[in-house]
Every structure is written in C-alpha cells, then in structure tokens.
Design a protein around this ligand. Structure first.
Ligand code: ADP
Ligand code: TZD
Length: 584
C-alpha cells in the first residue's frame, strides 16, 4: 500500500494541521487495515464516523464482546490483526473477554478503547467512566500500550500491530485517552510520524539440526501420527502441509479448527479412529497444536498411560513458533521452533533430499487404522440414516453434513455442548479455515460475532450451528446480521435448555430448574423482527429445505430446529470434567 495522506482539517492556522482522530485512522489505513468492528459512544463516536468517511468499513455491533469476537476471528482468517473499537470502562470491559479469548487462542486482534482523563483517573477524582484500563488489560493481553500524544500515534499503532501478529499471535490492548483525539499537529509532521510496519510477522526459520532431529525421530517411528492444530490452519501453509502428509504417508488427526486443512474425507485422516491412534502411536508430530486439556495434556489413558497422570509410550515432535511451549506438559524429544510454513517446507526439502530412502509407515499400522475407521464410519452411517421423531442431533446434522458437502466454500461457525461435539464429529470440512468454533476455552458467545466477521471478511455464505443456550450469549446480533444484510444462516438446535430441558426443580417450587429455558421457544421470530427470514422446523426434510433456501438466497436466515430434549448428554463430550454430570 502507498503512503496515506493525512486528512487535512481546515482551521485558521497558517499551515495545514491534522488531529488525533485522523492520525489513528491514517495509521490503520497505512497498515492495510480496512475494517473496524466496534460500538460507538463517548469518546470514540466521532472516530467511527470519521473512519467510515475515510473509507474504512465500520461494522457496529450491539455488544462489545461480539465486536471483539468478530475482530479476533477476522485476525485468525486473514493474519492481519482484527480491530475492535470500544468506549471507556464498561465498553472496554465488555470487549475484554474477547481480548482474553483471542490471546488464549493465539488470534491476532487489537482492542482499541477510548479512556478518561489520565490526570483524574490516576488521582481517582471521579471522571466519566473512570478506570485504569491499561492496568486491567495487561494480564489478559499479549501486550498493552497507551498513547498520550498525537505524535506517538504512529508508533503506538505500529507496536500494537507487531505485537498482535509476530511470533505467537495474540490480543493487544491500545488505550487512547479522550484528549488525544482532539490534539492537533502539523499535517506534514503527522504524516511523517506514521509507520508502515515492514514485515510485521517475520518468518522464523528453524535450525538445521532441529529439522534433522525431528526427521530422524519421525523416520524411526513404527506407528507415526501427525496432529494438526489451529496454528497450522492459521499459518496458511496449506499446500506444503498437505504435501508433507501425502509424501510421508503418515496418518493425521485434525484438531477442531484444523478440520478441512486437508479434506476430512482424505484417506490418511485418522479422525474416525481417534481413540485408537492416540494411545497406539509411538511418535506424534504436533503441528501448531498445544498439549493442553483438549489433548489430555499428552498424558493419561487417552495416550495409553495406565492412569490419569501416567505418561504413554509416545515420543513427541512439536512444531511451534513459541519456544516456551515445548515441555509444557510432557517431554518434547524433538522441538522444532519456527513458523509452520518454514518448518514444514524445511522438512519437505530434507525428505526430498533423502529421495527414495523415505519409507511410508508400516502397513500393519495403516491397516489397523483403516479397519477401526471403517467400523466407526459404518456405525456412524447407520446412526445418521435413522429418522427418529422428534429429530435428534444426528438426524439434524446429517442434513448439515450434506449442505456443507454441497457448499464447501461455506464457513461453519459452531458453539454449544452437544451441538458442538456432534457437529465436529459428524460434519466433514473440505477447505482450510472454514470451521470456526469455541476454541481453547470452550467459550460460549462467539457465535454471532464470528458469523458476522466471517461473512464480512470472506463474502462467503456462513452457517452457524448453535445450541439454544450458546446462541443466547450473542443472539441480539441477529439485528446486526440483518442490518448489513449478511449471508448468514443461523441454525438453533433448540432442546429447551442448557444441554437439554429435562431437569426439574426438586423442591416442586415455582422456579424451573437452572438449566431449563422457556419450552417451545420460537427463536425464528427474533430474526423476523428485523426483516430476516425465520423458519421453524421439526423434521430433517424441512431443515434441508430451509438451509438450501438460505444458501440460495443469501438472505439472513434463522432456523429454529426443534431437537429432542432428551437427546445428548450433560456437558456434551466433556462430562469427565464435570464429575457430577448426569449420564443420560
Ligand atoms: P488447537 O486448539 O487446534 O490444538 P492450539 O491453539 O492449542 O491449537 O495451538 C496453536 C499453536 O500454534 C500455538 O502453540 C501457537 O504458538 C502456534 N502457532 C500459531 N501460529 C503459528 C505459526 N505461524 N507458526 C508456528 N506456530 C504457530
Ligand atoms: N459460559 C461461558 C462463557 N462459556 C461456557 N462454556 C459456559 C458458560 C458453560 N457452558 C458450556 O460449556 S456449554 C453451555 C454452557 C452454558 C451451553 C450448552 O447448551 P446448548 O448446547 O443449548 O448451547 P446443547 O447442544 O443443548 O448441549
């Protein structure tokens, strides 16, 4: 991008001047930022207006958390920091959950919040929305900065961008006190103070000996496995990752948001044999995936250990940009530190150099996996073919599975408990970065923010599969979806409550049980309230028709899909973390 001319504010001053508002906007534009997700109010209302006037796309939300989630996932999809703009104290706090979630998930975003007068905040003299926001944001962000002077805006924005996208990506907080916006300075000096960040996320080339160590270990394996995480999806090294997997012939497992990096129908996918391959594998190569709770910390029975704490028999290779990730749970025999693109390409080069010496994994390993996969897929096909009344998760998701297969460019947003776990295992993805979900924390509330951003960033159809509880956290953004006329189809798996709606109040008192919602709620009418299309369905055939129509029309659609309230389990698949969960 070429240099951006600061917008000149005409005043009586002898030479043209610019101000804080325009310097912030110009600094963002100079760095290729074209969209701001936010919610206006004091002191940033004019910033949103002026940003729009300057050609930025400003997407206004109904709650800052949703704007923050939109920014975070835009960052994941584009490798550019997503920008979320909020007002001071309460607006800032509302955005903070999204900032912390972005940092946890390694999504690059910048939360920019207006703030009150420093002098009054620091002496605690009682300003409008007084709060020491910088101090509060620090532990939740990868980095946090405050800009006090207009001439420092260029540096502040540049530092925020670098912090968000370099190394392990994360959430960054940028504090802009109200007074900054009105500060004026000479336009030419202002222009010169801005920084166009050169190479914001520099490649990190792995050391040659680390590449060799990893390859030797991989070669020695009798039962190798590659585990792809959302870092691998983020890295946009899709062709090389596929080439590495196909060249080595090693079976792979995608973590939730790495689904589609290779099509889930790929013959080397071991997803349908997950519980077999994890404990059986002897060498596991992690590519942009952490051994956190989602992988049982690399230990315990999942990995063939004899009890919850015992290590299994695996040796690990880990490709990650963060050196500190190594050994965080178990020993990493072959750490390969660098960016995934560079690491995978170095591995490929070394394998090519080995020529015919590279042998595919032993046939017994591959056939054992194929056998498990075959059995599990056949069992799944049988379950999906059933058509029970009322509709359950499986019969509804059989439809969603077909719709995604027919529309592989569509983006799937997914949250809930059972609605999440069943969708992840039943709905195949065919392209990279098309599955966006609750991520590392299993956070509810990302749904509509992710859906808006996905549609805005990609222009592709978005399908959001939502538990009825999950939807409630961000449901008001259906107005946003209608306002911007986005091609989003929200499908609510309505089973009358958190998990399901079957609990009863044991006291017999007038309150329903804590997990129960209004029975038979019509979420479809919410969408109709704002001019979108609402559909109420109780059968798979109706769901199919409604989803096909939504994709065809591209109109904001909400389908209230009634699901058997006794289907599924409490906490979905993570009942192990909920010792008191009732098994159904
Ligand atoms: P998942 O939840 O899918 O298992 P995680 O969020 O746990 O994935 O892990 C993602 C990992 O990817 C993080 O450790 C992060 O440091 C790493 N990562 C992110 N981007 C890159 C990149 N470009 N190159 C290398 N590693 C990356
Ligand atoms: N609050 C937040 C922010 N995140 C959470 N994960 C939870 C609460 C706890 N929680 C879950 O982990 S899943 C879930 C909650 C409230 C909702 C499950 O109900 P649902 O899904 O209707 O969305 P199913 O498909 O009916 O199980």
């Amino acid at each position: 991008m070429g240099a951006v001319e600061p917008q000149v504010v005409v005043t009586d001053a002898p030479s043209p001047v610019t101000d804080g508002f325009h310097l912030v906007i110009d600094a963002l534009k100079l760095n290729g930022i074209d969209t701001i997700f936010g919610l206006p109010g004091i002191p940033i209302t004019d910033l949103t207006r002026k940003a729009q006037a300057a050609g930025l796309r400003v997407i206004s939300f109904r709650h800052e958390q949703n704007a923050g989630n939109a920014a975070a996932i835009a960052g994941f999809m584009t490798q550019k920091p997503g920008i979320c703009l909020t007002v001071s104290a309460p607006g800032f706090l509302n955005g903070l959950t999204a900032l912390a979630n972005a940092t946890t998930n390694c999504f690059p975003m910048i939360l920019i919040s207006g703030s009150s007068e420093r002098e009054i905040v620091d002496l605690q003299q009682g300003d409008y929305e007084e709060m020491d926001q910088l101090a509060i944001a620090k532990p939740l962000a990868k980095a946090a900065f405050r800009v006090l002077h207009a001439e420092d805006i260029g540096v502040g924005v540049a530092r925020a961008i670098r912090a968000a996208v370099s190394g392990r990506p994360g959430g960054v907080y940028l504090d802009l006190p109200a007074k900054l916006f009105a500060q004026s300075m000479d336009a030419e000096a202002g222009r010169k103070s801005l920084i166009k960040v050169v190479d914001p996320a520099p490649r990190q080339i792995p050391a040659e000996d680390a590449v060799q160590r990893a390859l030797e270990l991989l070669k020695s394996a009798k039962r190798p496995l590659i585990l792809l995480g959302k870092g691998a999806a983020y890295a946009q090294a899709d062709a090389d990752i596929r080439a590495l997997i196909e060249r080595t012939g090693i079976p792979y497992l995608p973590m939730s948001m790495a689904k589609g990096l290779l099509p889930d129908t790929h013959e080397q996918s071991a997803a349908a044999a997950r519980s077999f391959v994890l404990p059986e594998a002897d060498v596991v190569m992690l590519v942009g995936a952490r051994l956190n709770w989602l992988l049982s910390q690399g230990k315990g029975k999942t990995w063939g250990g004899k009890d919850a704490k015992a290590w299994g028999a695996q040796k690990f290779i880990q490709i990650d940009i963060s050196p500190q990730e190594m050994d965080s749970n178990v020993r990493i025999e072959a750490p390969l530190v660098g960016d995934i693109g560079s690491c995978v390409s170095a591995l490929l080069t070394a394998i090519k150099a080995a020529g015919t010496h590279w042998a595919k994994p032993p046939a017994e390993w591959l056939s054992a996996i194929a056998e498990r996969k075959g059995k599990n897929l056949a069992k799944m096909a049988e379950t999906l073919a059933r058509d029970p009344a009322p509709m359950n998760f499986h019969s509804a998701l059989n439809v969603v599975r077909d719709i995604i297969k027919a529309n592989p460019e569509a983006i799937l947003v997914n949250e809930g408990a059972n609605a999440l776990d069943f969708t992840r295992s039943i709905v195949d993805m065919y392209r990279p970065r098309k599955r966006l979900d609750v991520g590392t924390w299993g956070i509810m509330g990302i749904g509509m923010g992710f859906a808006v951003a996905a549609a805005v960033v990609s222009g592709q159809p978005v399908i959001a599969i939502e538990g009825d509880s999950a939807f409630g956290f961000s449901g008001m953004e259906v107005e946003t979806i209608c306002r911007y006329n986005l091609p989003v189809c929200v499908v609510i798996f309505n089973n009358n409550g958190v998990y399901g709606g079957t609990d009863v109040n044991p006291t017999g008192g007038p309150d329903v049980a804590p997990t129960v919602f209004v029975k038979g709620a019509r979420y479809d009418k919410l969408m109709e309230a704002f001019g979108g299309i609402g559909v109420h369905v109780t059968k798979p055939a109706e769901l199919r028709q409604a989803m096909e129509a939504a994709i065809r029309s591209g109109k904001p659609t909400l389908i209230n899909a009634v699901i058997d309230e006794t289907a599924g389990t409490e906490s979905g698949r993570i009942t192990s973390l909920n010792p008191t969960a009732k098994k159904k």
